[in-house]
Design a protein around this ligand. Sequence first.
Ligand code: ATP
Ligand code: MG
Length: 436
Amino acid sequence: MSMRRRRYTDELSAANDGERVCIAGWVHEKRDLGGVFFLILRDFGGLAQVTLHRGDVDKELFARAKRVPRESVVAIEGRVKGEEKAPSGYEIIPERIEVLNESSQILPLDTTDKVGAELDTRLDARFMDLRRERVKHIFIIRSRVLRAIRDFFNERGFMEVNTPKIVSAATEGGTALFPISYFEREAFLNQSPQLYKQMLMASGFDRVYEIGPIFRAEEHDTTKHLNEATSVDIEVAFATEEDVMSILEELVAHVYTQIADYPGLSRLGTGLEEGFDVPKVPFPRITYDEAIELVSESGEQIEWGEDLSASAEHVLGETMGEHYFIIEWPSAIKPFYAQPSPHRSDICTAFDLMHPRLELASGSQRVHSYELLRANIESKGLSADDFEFYLDAFRYGMPPHAGWGLGVERLLMSMLRVDNIREVVLFPRDRRRLVP
Ligand code: ATP
Ligand code: MG
């Protein structure tokens, strides 16, 4: 059977009545009503009802349709017939059914959503889990989000770059590194493109973005941490933290706008039947000082200079709403590359973009003075010698610059109201999971 004329099930409707077509996909369901047999075929577009009337069709064809195990791959040639009672308003009256590959009988998962399964079971048989409608929509949305992000930056004169993922030094103090063996030396998987995107600021490529993997040896098994995540990073020369915060909030609003009318949103089962509201820019800002003050009113005391706890973030979320920035952080709890505030020596230009219970992004204006950067590295207990390749870029003309990193999975899980970050990754990596 030639696949060249193959049509997707959602390309067809009652308007194609009488046409001879070829469809191909998986046997989603079989329903035997005695005199009539329904085979529901599933492809990327959706479902189609294939109807066989005993007596009208060839005996052998009838028997083959009944015999083929669920989830087998089949190609079907037949005529379209408008049928109001069929799920998509039409049915296919088959003339030929070719079994391209037969499925084993006992399935690791149910693809019809009639039987639920634990996330772990689903991830073990992810290829099968992805056949489920709600899961399919998550990844269509993920792909659209990535496209929306690229469009946003490309329209604004940004250049897409790729920086190395095998590196010699750590960037983010907070989380551990994954060491790898690199010939006769030790190397690491990169935690973020931070150092490299900053070095590009000295190259004259003054608006860059990267969408790429970041690796974090997070010890803890949480619903918002992965060991391999995808980060959107930008760095902009001749910019302040305020400049890149506006880019970030506009990007988030743009992504929401691009996804808001996607019909599959209502099929996710996460309460988005009515869709969602596009967040309004500018997002509210709260300083770190105001934040700990607000949290103390709820009874939790945070010492100045301590990081915010999960419960503190929860309190803030209730007051601040869906998206807000925490600004003016103590320098001591932010990375060495955060530029100090021009007004106060103990705070810096770092900001976090928050969603209730979740950090979506972190950024700052960056230190561009070689001397200050070197001193900051040393004051964090790191060896400046390990950062010579990076520091060099600051000695021969480094413009002031600012940037941020936004977790793609965090953006998706918050937008789609999914509880566990693993839901939005095809093959997630966590402390316990290295396969599939
Ligand atoms: P958190 O405090 O939530 O662990 P972080 O402050 O350590 O995050 P950053 O180093 O600021 O993270 O990284 C920038 C962004 O990358 C984060 O705001 C988040 O969106 C994303 N990100 C960081 N670590 C992870 C991870 N382990 N899994 C998923 N996304 C992550
Ligand atoms: Mg952060």
